[in-house]
Write a protein that binds this ligand. Structure first.
Ligand SMILES: Cc1cc2nc3c(=O)[nH]c(=O)nc-3n(C[C@H](O)[C@H](O)[C@H](O)COP(=O)(O)OP(=O)(O)OC[C@H]3O[C@@H](n4cnc5c(N)ncnc54)[C@H](O)[C@@H]3O)c2cc1C
Length: 452
């Protein structure tokens, strides 16, 4: 445990040397683009059914969002469209370590959304009613009961919304472990293998072109996280998507002041398996403005208005980068995905300062506990903050799974099961019809039910 205090155990996921594939399979039933939790979970469920699947990741498995997130595995506070998939995901998380024979750091320590006033506490009642419909044991607790769970906090909260069955897992462990499980079940997982594009014959997918060669296939899943919109645009497919930067840190192992996850407007904090805490600011979402911000402005307006107090807009390098990136490219030349192997934004110094300040004021016992590692990740979101999981009409065989927003890690294994069902046509019992891509284009109202 002591060695983990100072090592970059999280960033090691994306700073280790790249290992390009020695050999490329020439054909597969299904090719998946993207080695985040969504891609690898889908590959695992497909491989377990004996389907030949190749997953191509341009950098490292879990090198982007799936290795950088807070690690919360929660159903609490979710959009109703995600709940069935999330409940299935929790069931998978529960047995995951045993099934794959590897530690993923999953444990159920409970999830608290704190309230600083009785009015704020009452505002949670709407979601508690939803939880009741799904038989989720979410309840409101008062400040006195909350103190029993968080005795070390210096804050006198009015209470919290609390779901005892919610939990957490370790992002730097879980996604690579699922990828290895997929490999053991027969999937081919290739890192340092960017997909440049997709070829078609008579309007149907015929192959995927990677930087290392071509793989014949009739079925593609684009689970490319923050790159999905750009990849799809190069094929003439419109997938509205924007990015927000999240800064995260972890403390050294320390006194146990909380064995769960707390979300407060000052701090998001959860206990880590190594005995430290993963911490982030509770009310800062940084959106680097890019040409896509203007292109999708009206589609994202409801989400923007909802998060208005939290969103910090910045104009900088990201705008120029996106502006100067080609919209289409030749498939025999390096693509933008090889140029940026790993999307690795820097943590924002002022946000890190805020995290330290808020941690010390909320948990004074941790004031001497050092923050030993910090990083940032680009969260990608759809306009209504829930994923798109769909087949694309205009290109037979091409599918998209993206827009998981700030809550795609916990739902990842359940999404993998649902997506595998979509790709094979097999019933999974998870209804994903509300996650169709056309909802952003057919005049349906765009209504975010939960926050990013
Ligand atoms: C700071 C932060 C905090 C978060 N906190 C939580 C949390 O507590 N709980 C939770 O549930 N969720 C959380 N999330 C959200 C969660 O991490 C994401 O929703 C989830 O990881 C998305 O998984 P993914 O597989 O869709 O995408 P990613 O993990 O981003 O994976 C996509 C992969 O596709 C690859 N790729 C892209 N283009 C190509 C190409 N052309 N060829 C090959 N590969 C390509 C990328 O390199 C990338 O590795 C958080 C996210 C961030 C950034």
């Amino acid at each position: 445990m002591t060695g983990q205090a100072s090592e970059n155990i999280v960033a090691a996921t994306w700073t280790k040397p790249l290992s390009p594939p020695e050999k490329l399979p020439t054909a597969a039933d299904i090719v998946i683009i993207g080695g985040g939790i969504v891609g690898v979970s889908t590959a695992w469920f497909l491989a377990k059914q004996g389907i030949s699947v190749v997953l191509c990741e341009k950098g490292h498995v879990a090198g982007e969002q799936s290795g950088r997130n807070w690690g919360w595995v929660r159903v609490q506070g979710r959009d109703t469209r995600e709940i069935p998939m999330m409940l299935e995901s929790q069931r998978i998380w529960e047995g995951l370590a045993e099934e794959i024979g590897e530690d993923v750091g999953f444990t159920r320590g409970g999830c608290f959304f704190t309230a600083n006033s009785s009015k704020e506490l009452q505002s949670f009642e709407k979601w508690v009613d939803i939880a009741r419909d799904y038989d989720i044991g979410t309840r409101l607790i008062n400040g006195t009961e909350l103190k029993k769970y968080v005795p070390g906090s210096a804050v006198d909260w009015a209470g919290a919304m609390f779901t005892e069955t919610d939990g957490r897992a370790e992002p730097h462990k879980a996604t690579p472990a699922i990828a290895r499980a997929a490999e053991r079940s027969g999937a081919t997982i290739l890192s340092s293998c960017a997909v440049r594009g997709v070829e078609t014959a008579a309007g149907s997918v015929s192959s995927v072109v990677t930087e290392h060669g071509t793989i014949k296939t009739s079925t593609v899943l684009c689970a490319a996280g923050a790159w999905t919109s750009m990849f799809c645009r190069s094929l003439g497919i419109d997938v509205p998507q924007l990015r927000v930067r999240g800064t995260v840190a972890r403390t050294a192992p320390c006194e146990n002041v909380l064995n769960g996850n707390i979300f407060d407007h000052r701090l998001g904090i959860r206990r880590r398996e190594d005995g430290g805490y993963t911490v982030a600011h509770g009310s800062v979402l940084e959106h680097p403005v890019t040409p896509a911000s203007f292109r999708y402005f009206f589609k994202f307006l409801p989400a923007l208005l909802q998060e208005l107090k939290l969103v910090n807009l910045s104009f900088g390098r990201e705008f120029v980068d996106e502006w100067t990136t080609p919209k289409v490219w030749a498939l025999d030349q390096p693509s933008p995905f090889e140029k940026t192997r790993v999307l690795n934004p820097s943590p924002t110094p002022s946000v890190l300062k805020g995290i330290r300040r808020n941690l010390d004021s909320m948990f004074p016992q941790l004031a001497d506990t050092p923050i030993v590692e910090s990083w940032a990740g680009m969260i990608e979101s759809s306009p209504d903050v829930v994923p798109v999981i769909d087949a694309v009409d205009r290109m037979r065989g091409f599918h998209v799974a993206t827009g998981f927003s700030g809550h795609g890690f916990g739902i990842g294994p359940g999404a993998g099961k649902a997506i595998a069902g979509m790709l094979t046509g097999k019933e999974t019992g998870i209804d994903i019809s509300a996650l169709r891509l056309s909802r952003f284009f057919d005049g349906s109202p765009i209504r975010p039910e939960s926050s990013i």
